[in-house]
Design a protein around this ligand. Structure first.
Ligand code: SAM
Ligand code: SF4
Length: 327
């Protein structure tokens, strides 16, 4: 079992499989993209499979595959097949923009992968295209609908972006009327590859909730898991649920159970911290299994207590882009 220096059990790995993406969401990266890592700096699928096995042997029982866009990696299913056979791994989930997931939906179902988070920051086409800087609206909507009708547990991640999409907050909640989906409103974080910096946020989770109250005054709070980053609610009579994620306000750090590994092997113990080490060369060297285990123990043993503590220590962390961190 992995226990951090603040006595928190770390059982959840967020594994970025690539830093590449076919969208250019303006809150995540500049229009020209970022300095993407060279191919040989990314873990191969065999390395990602080995890394996952090692971490599961250390006590990780939930892995979320993220990126960049995981499905731009043509060999992603090889990793997912490996994970689905990994004893001790209870939950495999994926975060995707749902642009290119279509051809893989049937196999995902066969592998027993149920939990898919889809980023969708607009219900209106023009707003979607303005934010993502690409014309993939139809495909994303069709794929979300297919995922829902095929019985996946779909959660929609919607970042509330001042001056861009907040007019879509109430309309997107209508999705929860007939569909058993959860729409989660995230606070924007300043991890956008340096395009915009801010230290205050108008659309924080409290403001989002006040806004929702105007449209749906009777919504009520649901019980959430202790380690959940979202605070969850339901509108009476609606099939689905909604939530807010205070990713900038950071109200959930006390129960954080996560470890992040980037596609280039950086070990990130807090979104607001710099990478504590890199596993790629260790993976490619001798005695890699022992080396990786030791490095993970070291990282887990020196985590910041909260995102605020990490931010204080690593002041220039905001030049990062979420496409390399994985969200
Ligand atoms: N491409 C996939 C997607 O968009 O779902 C997975 C990678 S993306 C980096 C992972 C998550 O990070 C998404 O839910 C996205 O909305 C979120 N994200 C990206 N940039 C963000 C930012 N600046 N603030 C808050 N969340 C962000
Ligand atoms: Fe790509 Fe996801 Fe970043 Fe959008 S949020 S640019 S889909 S990695």
């Amino acid at each position: 079992m992995l226990i951090d220096n603040h006595n928190r059990t770390i059982n959840y790995l967020r594994l970025a499989v690539t830093d590449r993406c076919n969208l250019r969401c303006n809150y995540c990266m500049p229009s020209e993209g970022i300095n993407f890592a060279p191919n040989n700096a990314l873990f191969t699928i065999e390395e990602l499979s080995k890394l996952s096995s090692i971490l599961v042997s250390q006590g990780i029982d939930k892995i979320r595959i993220t990126g960049g866009e995981p499905f731009v990696r043509k060999d992603l299913m090889v990793l997912l097949r490996h994970l689905s056979n990994l004893e001790g791994l209870k939950d495999i989930s994926i975060t995707t923009n749902a642009t290119v997931i279509g051809p893989y939906i049937n196999e995902l179902k066969e592998l027993g992968i149920k939990n898919i988070n889809v980023s969708l920051d607009a219900i209106n086409r023009d707003t979607f295209e303005r934010i993502t800087r690409r014309k993939e609206y139809e495909t994303v909507h069709a794929n979300i609908l297919k995922l829902i009708t095929e019985g996946f547990n779909v959660r929609i991640n919607f970042i509330a972006l001042e001056g861009q999409n907040t007019q879509d907050i109430l309309p997107i909640l209508e999705l929860t009327k007939d569909f058993d989906v959860c729409v989660r409103f995230l606070e924007e974080m300043p991890f956008n590859g340096g395009t915009k910096s801010f230290s205050k946020l108008k659309w924080d989770y409290k403001h989002i909730l006040e806004h929702i109250k105007e449209g749906f005054p009777d919504y009520f709070k649901l019980e959430s898991e202790k380690t959940s980053t979202s605070i969850n609610y339901k509108i009476p009579g609606y099939k689905g649920t909604f939530g807010v994620i205070p990713s900038f306000s950071r109200t959930f750090c006390g129960s954080c159970n996560r470890l992040r590994i980037s596609a280039t092997g950086d070990v990130i113990t807090c979104l607001y911290a710099k990478a504590s080490s890199n596993l790629r060369d260790i993976m490619r060297g001798e005695n890699s299994e022992e080396g990786i285990k030791a490095e993970i123990l070291k990282a887990v043993g020196s985590r910041a207590k909260t995102g605020f503590e990490a931010q204080e220590k690593y002041k220039n962390v905001f030049s990062n882009s979420m496409t390399s961190i994985g969200g």
